[in-house]
Design a protein around this ligand. Structure first.
Ligand SMILES: Cc1cc2nc3c(=O)[nH]c(=O)nc-3n(C[C@H](O)[C@H](O)[C@H](O)COP(=O)(O)OP(=O)(O)OC[C@H]3O[C@@H](n4cnc5c(N)ncnc54)[C@H](O)[C@@H]3O)c2cc1C
Length: 496
């Protein structure tokens, strides 16, 4: 398997997307994955007859015409997978009221405008900015020179205008009602950031990838998505080594020329693509002296996204109490308050939490007459209590008592229990500090400021949520596509 055209380190969704597209073009591609199972964050597990999706619960861009739908069609595997539309997309529970969010943008805007009639214009303006940024970002060619302001201002005026702004600033421009600001900010929590910190560009990606071609979940287990891509990859003569970790990127003079596995095997490739944690790529797989000092210091100053504590429950009976499967529960309408505690490595007593009931839409996850619940909250990696079993038990207890307000008798109905902490996520994916979405989507790490797909090392490229556009399945599919485009044009130009 020496002399590959392309070697990809990591079989996350981005690595698989990139690998499939390059193999489909006829290149000799090898993907190396440290786990036995491919898919990275997009994985599932089973316990005592119940199926749980490890992390990814809802997906954007999967309905007809969406980015993921188009990719699956191009790879000829659309018919292997069925997506279930989630409408309404989710419910937000505040102490005095419940807000239902549609997955259709126009319906969502109309609903909010009826509740806040004097803010109708501002609501439309906020979503118009997000939509324009998302559209511009979706059309950025892989070859764009970000640092040429003339091409940016003529072709991508919204990206340029908002490149350094936070979503909080955008809301300040158009919205005056405090609770409406809270409602419009809820989805910033999907980047694990408050509105005052998340970039407008990052928020545009999160919000519009869900409104663009609907919010869905996969029928069956979410891991079927990467597994189907893995099969398509092999069908296109792609080579896969699973269960082997890449230990080093091999260099010749200043160029990347191959990889070394933990079993000592050395494999060469014309192009190396890293789909793994960016810090690990540059600090573990490469020696410090092979990376320019400025790039090293830039990486050291970057901030990963936060992580999650997740409690998976298999429970007896159905969940008639819940009207839909995706819920988020808030103790009050101050959604930014918890972040100060998280940054101090604490989880505040009144933290909001997510309450997902996957088996409500995916009954195949459970035996007859049973249900699954997934309770989760944002969590710092360096949790002050440490991630000892005692802490895990206490957090589980906290989540169960909060969820029991919505699901009476919950405690008595629990049949199966499993937990994931930021350390579990880090161990499974290799992502620094269990980061759920790569680098935090703050303005200095978003859009044109995000880590580029090209690196200072010739023949070494990046793909996945540590590079552009960012975290989330639709975004890493975009990242895989864009990296594949860069590599393919390199081969076409005869540069490899
Ligand atoms: C708890 C949680 C919930 C989430 N929920 C959602 C959601 O509902 N919807 C959504 O769209 N997104 C969600 N996300 C985000 C989304 O899952 C990720 O952004 C995306 O899957 C990242 O894909 P990736 O290809 O960039 O990398 P990863 O999935 O991180 O894949 C990297 C791969 O590289 C492998 N690897 C690491 N080191 C090595 C090595 N040295 N050698 C070989 N292989 C290696 C890893 O094992 C892994 O398979 C969630 C993430 C988390 C953690």
């Amino acid at each position: 398997m020496s002399d590959m055209d392309v070697i990809i380190i990591g079989a996350g969704v981005a690595g698989l997307t990139c690998g499939c597209l390059l193999a489909q073009r006829g290149l000799k591609v090898l993907i190396v994955e440290k786990n036995q199972k491919i898919g990275g964050c997009c994985s599932s597990f089973q316990k005592e007859g119940f199926s749980f999706d490890l992390s990814v619960q809802s997906l954007g861009e999967c309905q007809e015409g969406g980015r993921i739908w188009n990719l699956l069609r191009k790879l000829g595997i659309l018919h292997h997978l069925r997506f279930i539309p989630l409408e309404p997309a989710r419910e937000y529970h505040f102490p005095d009221q419940k807000i239902v969010q549609s997955s259709q943008l126009e319906t969502h805007i109309e609903h909010l405008s009826r509740v806040f009639p004097d803010q109708r214009k501002g609501i439309s303006q906020v979503y118009e900015v997000l939509r324009k940024i998302f559209d511009e970002f979706s059309h950025v060619p892989s070859s764009l020179n970000w640092f040429d302001p003339s091409s940016l201002s003529s072709q991508f005026p919204f990206l340029l205008r908002y490149k350094d702004q936070t979503f909080g600033q955008l809301l300040g421009e158009y919205i005056s009602h405090p609770f409406l600001k809270t409602i419009l900010s809820i989805r910033t929590s999907y980047a694990l950031l408050p509105p005052e910190e998340i970039s407008v560009v990052g928020m545009a990606g999160i919000e519009m990838s869900y409104f663009n071609h609907g919010v869905s979940c996969l029928e069956g287990r979410v891991e079927q998505f990467p597994l189907a891509m893995g099969e398509a990859f092999k069908g296109m003569n792609g080579k896969m080594i699973a269960g082997q970790e890449v230990e080093k990127i091999l260099m010749n003079k200043k160029e990347a020329i191959g990889i070394k596995l933990t079993d000592g095997q050395e494999l060469t490739g014309k192009v190396i693509i890293s789909n793994i944690d960016a810090q690990a790529t540059f600090s573990t797989l490469l020696s410090e002296d092979s990376i320019p000092m400025a790039y090293r210091s830039k990486l050291k100053g970057m901030r990963p996204s936060l992580s999650y504590f997740i409690l998976y429950l298999g429970i007896d009976g159905s969940l008639e109490e819940l009207s839909i499967s995706n819920n988020e529960v808030f103790p009050d309408d101050q959604i930014s308050q918890e972040y100060q505690a998280l940054y101090e490595n604490r989880i505040p007593g009144g933290a909001p939490f997510y309450l997902l009931a996957p088996s409500k839409v995916n009954p195949s996850h459970t035996p007859e007459g049973k249900s699954t619940l997934c309770l989760s909250m944002k969590a710092p990696y360096h949790f002050s209590g440490g991630w000892a079993q005692k802490t895990i038990d206490e957090l589980s207890e906290f989540l169960i008592s909060r969820a029991a307000v919505l699901i009476p008798d919950l405690r008595k109905r629990i049949l199966v229990k499993a937990e994931a902490t930021p350390k579990t996520i880090e161990k499974w994916t290799g992502n620094l500090s269990g980061a759920a979405y790569g680098w935090a989507q703050i303005p200095s790490q978003s859009g044109i400021h995000r880590l580029q797909r090209t690196t200072p090392i010739p023949n070494l490229f990046l793909t996945g949520h540590w590079t552009s556009p960012g975290g989330g399945i639709a975004a890493v599919v975009a990242s895989g596509e864009l990296t594949a485009e860069v590599i393919w044009s390199k081969f076409e130009r005869g540069e490899s």
